[in-house]
Design a protein around this ligand. Structure first.
Ligand SMILES: Cc1cc2nc3c(=O)[nH]c(=O)nc-3n(C[C@H](O)[C@H](O)[C@H](O)COP(=O)(O)OP(=O)(O)OC[C@H]3O[C@@H](n4cnc5c(N)ncnc54)[C@H](O)[C@@H]3O)c2cc1C
Length: 400
């Protein structure tokens, strides 16, 4: 029986698992440092208190159990991969042998090392732990303001460094949340303010000009203060120092200015780009190791014309499906197929029931965009939750 090992149970790893799990002639081990798949694309809603905690993840134990005994979940952090031996190591030199390996270890926030104090004084949003802590922190702040009138009058500001997709989504959702709380309950939020630092001359740099303009308009309507063309020089415990001498005091700072591949990759001595992402061939394999595939944020993925594709959940899912298809081909003695990955569209949530959907040929704004985004996300997570339910029943009946 061929052994397939998948490192990382995020969007990429889970999509490979779903495509391969129907085959009973292979054994699959999914290994992740967390026992859950964090639904990162909805992380901004968790932070802003509009998504219940239990709906922000998919349990990997029950998901794997649902497929049968040939699929196993291993809750462990992978320390290294010996590509020449066909083994991975976890938990102090425990080893796992593979015939095919899928590296889907994702990415982490890239705290730019030349910005002094950035790493120690700001927070990333790429993990459930980080998002959950942020949510608790803000809820606690709101509670203190409600409890104590004097506290409520104090200014409270959140600085978000980076005005790309995640920075913009978090800024909009949090400001909307503060506004809603202010309107419906109390004066306690009157002094809460979000500052968004955009390095370029607009938010969502690189996207269509209409989208940049609409997003900016929405952020302005919500009351987010956008600092355009601003660059962070250094960060002190409660102050972001911008180039040109401007200082922004903050109570909490979030940094969303970039990503880099999972730290696991740095120790593997593979061919990588400047973000540490693995360079793969057109079949998503490591050029010297056709039995190893790299997918999602951990890899540098290009479209059919060789153009770099942005790191998104959509790309992670599609690359995971391509890798699964190619493993099927190799198992059946066929040649792998070229990965033809492209982005069909993009959804940008902008606080409350407002989103922009860009399908290239049509753009949808506002509440229709919001419901379209909700539908797309539901179509992704509901089948996974249903599988988890099956896995849960199986596990429970084994325990009784
Ligand atoms: C706030 C925010 C909003 C976003 N919004 C969107 C959006 O609207 N649309 C969109 O398409 N994309 C969005 N993205 C980007 C998207 O979330 C990522 O591109 C996507 O998660 C990448 O999927 P992945 O499978 O490569 O990695 P991940 O989903 O990050 O999964 C990687 C997995 O690998 C595990 N792992 C890592 N290292 C190890 C190790 N050493 N051992 C064991 N396990 C390990 C991790 O625990 C994790 O579970 C957003 C991102 C953020 C942060």
């Amino acid at each position: 029986m061929k052994k397939i090992v998948i490192i990382g149970g995020g969007y990429g790893g889970v999509s490979t698992l779903r495509r391969l799990a129907g085959r009973k002639d292979i054994s699959i081990t999914l290994i992740d440092q967390h026992p859950y798949h964090f639904l990162q694309t909805e992380g901004y809603e968790l932070v802003a208190g509009t998504l219940p905690f239990d709906q922000s993840f998919v349990n990997l134990h029950t998901l794997c159990s649902s497929y049968g005994e040939h699929v196993t979940f291993l809750h462990a952090k992978v320390d290294s991969i010996e590509v020449d031996e066909g083994k991975i190591y976890y938990h102090d030199r425990h080893e796992l042998v593979y015939d095919f390996l899928i590296i889907a270890a994702g990415s982490v926030t890239r705290f730019i090392s030349s910005i002094e104090g950035l790493r120690s004084c700001s927070h990333g949003v790429k993990s459930l732990t980080g998002a959950f802590r942020m949510k608790q922190f803000f809820e606690n702040e709101l509670f203190l303001r409600l409890e104590n009138d004097k506290h409520a009058k104090e200014h409270y500001s959140v600085v978000i460094g980076g005005a790309g997709l995640s920075g913009v989504e978090i800024a909009a959702q949090m400001q909307h949340y503060f506004n809603r709380y202010y309107k419906s309950n109390t004066l306690a939020c009157a002094t809460l303010q979000i500052h968004l630092i955009a390095g370029g001359h607009s938010v969502l740099k690189g996207m269509h000009t209409k989208i940049m303009a609409k997003a900016e308009e929405r952020l302005n309507d919500l009351g987010v203060i956008i600092h355009k063309g601003a660059h962070i020089e250094s960060v002190e415990p409660h102050c972001a120092c911008l180039e040109g001498g401007k200082k922004l005091d903050f109570d909490f700072m979030i940094f969303t200015g970039g990503i880099m591949a999972s730290p696991l990759i740095a120790n593997l001595h593979l061919d990588t780009n400047k973000l540490g992402q693995i360079i793969v061939n057109k079949y998503l394999q490591l050029p010297d190791h056709p039995e190893i595939f790299a997918i999602g944020d951990v890899a540098e993925i290009r479209d059919g014309r060789g153009k770099l594709i942005p790191d998104t959940a959509q790309v992670a899912i599609k690359s995971g499906q391509c890798a699964a298809e190619n493993i099927r081909c190799l198992l059946e003695g066929k040649s792998p197929k070229e990965a033809k990955i492209s982005i069909k569209g993009l959804a940008i949530a902008l606080g409350g029931r407002y989103a922009i959907i860009d399908l290239k040929w049509i753009r949808i704004y506002g509440i229709v965009g919001y419901f379209t985004k909700q539908l797309v996300e539901s179509l992704y997570k509901w089948p996974l939750w249903l599988r988890c339910r099956i896995g849960f029943q199986k596990t429970r009946s084994c325990q009784i």
